[in-house]
Design a protein around this ligand. Structure first.
Ligand code: SAH
Ligand code: SF4
Length: 367
């Protein structure tokens, strides 16, 4: 996947540029040794100067693993009959929200397999209203519930959700086609339109990609970074692709980069994005920790500023395996919290308890 590139300029000069060209991005993604360290140091510096050395918690609620889609990479795709399908009860959701509230998390994320039926849409809407009431509006909600109609996005926005995560997964349409079934519900343009609709409705919009997928090149990753800049995203969540035996993409596992290299590329993507888009929120994702036990701390040290402690009841975690070897499957919320506190401390950051930690980029764009 890597290419041998001749330095165009010293890495220090590239890192100071206001706008990276595609060649600059290719160069930075290929850095090693001292140059790689310089990239990481610059990202750390930009983080401290532009968003501060603070990490914001988003309590993650993996609401349901019912999914109508069949993305070739994902363990909970509709075609995988190995998992028992679940949906959390209202009481379980509200209990998780209460934990976040009592522990000053200030923000939660509700994520789920994609469902678009009327009952699901109404359920999320009513949960959002109840969360708002139960916490006197003190908890901000991010949704990650896939592609929905404009009307649904609007209803949820009006019910109190103000941020939405929808990864583009890969910004290259031809590669997107290779990773999804070829039909309307997995159409690249539909996903792109959903992102635009979210922006128009008024959400803080987060997107992201998987890194180290079969068929993906370094040039694709450079284009992904350019896509983020052109779309002017408010938040990013990126992580390494991790294979899952019950998915069609598993057939191509022999073509994958070793896990360590996928991890390293993911770290570089975080670092470069921090330098490119200085005041957005960037998540240190769980998939990073799946490969390296210190994966999330490492991401925090090179620019990430958001972390998602898992608040899903432990009994459901085994059934929400998007990829294999997901960590923390048996960790209750309390253990997860103290483990993360220690990790963040090691990374040298502090936790923004009680703060929403909204994307500064979003606020600045809108004022
Ligand atoms: N259904 C929603 C949200 C749940 S999936 C959606 O698709 O948007 C959340 C994310 O998990 C996806 O966006 C994808 O990037 C990631 N994911 C799925 N399978 C993965 C895998 N095998 N390795 C790494 N990340 C994966
Ligand atoms: Fe469903 Fe999301 Fe997994 Fe695709 S990535 S199969 S939409 S849960």
């Amino acid at each position: 996947m890597s290419q041998n590139l001749l330095p165009l300029e010293p890495v220090e000069t590239i890192l100071e540029k206001l706008v990276f060209s595609k060649d600059d991005l290719l160069y930075l993604l290929n850095t090693s040794g001292k140059e790689r360290i310089k990239l990481f140091e610059k990202a750390k510096e930009v983080k401290a100067a532009c968003v501060g050395r603070k990490v914001y918690f988003r309590g993650l609620i993996e609401y349901s693993n019912y999914c109508k889609k069949n993305c070739y990479y994902c363990g909970i795709r509709a075609g995988n009959s190995r998992y028992a399908r679940y949906r959390m009860t209202d009481a379980e959701v509200l209990e998780a929200v209460n934990y976040a509230y009592l522990n000053d998390y200030a923000s939660i994320v509700i994520q789920s397999g994609e469902q678009t039926n009327k009952a699901f849409v109404a359920k999320i809407e009513s949960l959002l209203k109840r969360i708002h009431l139960q916490t006197a509006g003190k908890i901000h909600v991010t949704l990650s519930l896939g592609e929905q109609s404009e009307d649904t996005y609007r209803r949820w926005f009006e019910a109190g959700a103000h941020r939405y995560l929808l990864r583009i997964e890969v910004s290259n349409p031809a590669l997107y086609l290779k990773l999804h079934p070829n039909n309307l519900s997995h159409d690249y343009n539909r996903r792109l339109d959903a992102l635009k609709t979210l922006r128009n409705v008024g959400y803080q919009v987060g997107t992201g990609v998987m890194i180290g997928l079969p068929f993906q090149t370094i040039s694709d990753l450079a284009d992904d970074l350019i896509f983020f800049r052109e779309f002017d995203i408010d938040m990013a969540g990126m992580g390494p692709y991790i294979e899952h035996a019950d998915t069609p993409l598993y057939l191509y596992r022999s073509e994958l980069l070793p896990l360590k290299e996928r991890f390293d590329l993911a770290l570089k993507m975080v670092a470069i994005l921090r330098i490119m888009m200085k005041n957005i929120n960037i998540a240190a994702t769980t998939a990073m920790q799946t490969i390296d036990p210190q994966g999330r701390e490492k991401a925090l040290m090179v620019g990430a500023n958001v972390i998602m402690p898992n608040l899903t009841p432990v009994k459901y975690r085994q059934d929400y395996l998007l990829y294999e070897n997901k960590p923390c499957l048996d960790e209750e919320a309390e253990e997860c919290k103290s483990c993360l506190e220690a990790r963040i401390h090691i990374a040298g950051d502090t936790i923004g308890y009680g703060e929403w930690g909204d994307s500064r980029h979003f606020s600045e764009r809108n004022t």
